[in-house]
Ligand binder design. Structure first.
Ligand SMILES: C[S@@+](CC[C@H](N)C(=O)[O-])C[C@H]1O[C@@H](n2cnc3c(N)ncnc32)[C@H](O)[C@@H]1O
Ligand code: SF4
Length: 341
């Protein structure tokens, strides 16, 4: 899969947005997107994930979708969900062939959702979008089997205490919609560290709320329906198998393609090496060898070690992960790198 973007523009203005510093950049023209799709094909990839800006607000989005279809490419879209509040648009997007919607949903509480996205309409649009997704899936059993709905939640100081409530809310609305949830640790991006400290609680404070939310979504049994991205393994205590970094380093070989610098490809491994760091104290942890560590950014804000070392057996964790991966449709076909820890 190639991860890239067709726009930097957005109708939201999230507190922590990573794309903010690129918003002034000129979007690719339709012709340039067509070339981008050809380039993707030349890498022998069949899937493109649109990750930057808000792809659905491009007026020519449906035309782009058609172009992807002509090139035999599958599209996955990461979105704030606002445009999915229009039922007709949602139907066109799904019937037009989008195979995965990654819905960035940071809170079910109106005040919190609007404060995070810094507008007055985020909550109402996202609620409408959830109801539309559910209503579509209820009536379209066949399509729902090939459509993946994933929620991404960036944990921050406004939402971290309500993650369990959010999980329950999604379960209550999406009765006929199979979905996955990914909790994301915040990246510093273009923000300065003083600001970052205000919106990012330390890992040890996030931990109990995160674990409750994981339990509410998945119970105690390992499942591919929940994941946690950007966390050191000790924070995921008993849910280490949900670590995206662990899974991606073992099984995926996704490539990140900067839409303006077509030759700038990075693998997950490159990213993990550049972006993560281990404290000196981590050497005493049983999971040190398989753990990604903490984001380098985190150290700028919280330089002192504030984690609890794990004494879990890494082999057991990797074997659990391998069991889950067998059922994970994304990994199933790519079961190349078998773990031999
Ligand atoms: C930059 S957004 C662009 C796509 C779309 N507008 C959206 O919000 O989903 C891509 C993904 O990055 C996440 N994101 C934004 N800022 C982030 C940050 N500072 N750290 C981690 N994830 C972040 C968003 O929640 C979203 O899931
Ligand atoms: S919706 Fe996405 S692109 Fe827009 S401001 Fe929020 S995180 Fe950034």
């Amino acid at each position: 899969m190639i991860i890239t973007g067709i726009t930097q523009k957005c109708n939201f203005n999230c507190l922590f947005c990573l794309d903010r510093q690129h918003k002034h950049k000129k979007d690719l023209s339709f012709g340039e997107i067509r070339q981008l799709f050809q380039k993707v094909k030349s890498y022998k990839e069949d899937t493109v994930m649109l990750m930057t800006g808000e792809s659905f607000i491009r007026p020519d989005f449906l035309k782009i979708l058609e172009e992807a279809k002509k090139c035999n490419l599958k599209l996955k879209v990461t979105t704030n969900g606002s445009m999915l509040s229009y039922y007709d648009f949602l139907v066109k997007v799904i019937k037009g062939g989008v195979v995965q919607i990654n819905f960035s949903f940071h809170s079910h509480i109106p005040k919190v959702a609007n404060a995070i996205s810094r507008n007055k309409f985020c909550h109402s649009l996202q609620e409408k979008a959830l109801l539309n997704i559910e209503s579509f899936n209820k009536d379209n059993k066949k399509i729902r089997e090939r459509l993946a709905i994933n929620f991404n939640t960036v944990i921050n100081s406004l939402n971290y205490k309500e993650l369990e409530g959010m999980a329950t809310h999604l379960k209550k609305i999406l009765r006929h919609t199979p979905f996955r949830v990914k909790f994301k640790f915040m990246d510093l991006g273009g923000n300065d560290s003083t600001f970052y400290k205000k919106i990012l609680p330390p890992l040890n404070k996030i931990q109990p709320y995160l674990l409750k939310a994981l339990k509410a979504l998945g119970g105690d049994n390992p499942t591919d329906k929940i994941s946690a991205c950007g966390f050191p393994l000790c924070i995921l205590s008993s849910y280490e198998w949900s670590s995206v970094e662990l899974k991606e380093n073992l099984y995926h070989n996704n490539l990140y393609l900067d839409s303006r610098g077509i030759n700038n490809l990075r693998t997950q491994n490159d990213i993990a090496k550049e972006d993560f760091y281990k404290y000196r104290e981590c050497r005493g942890c049983s999971l040190c060898e398989i753990c990604p560590g903490v984001r380098r950014d985190y150290l700028k804000v919280y330089p002192n070690f504030n984690l609890t070392l794990s004494d879990k057996n890494p082999k057991e964790i990797l074997h659990t992960l391998e069991r889950i991966s067998i059922f994970d449709s994304e990994i199933k076909n790519k079961h190349k790198h078998k773990c031999n820890y």
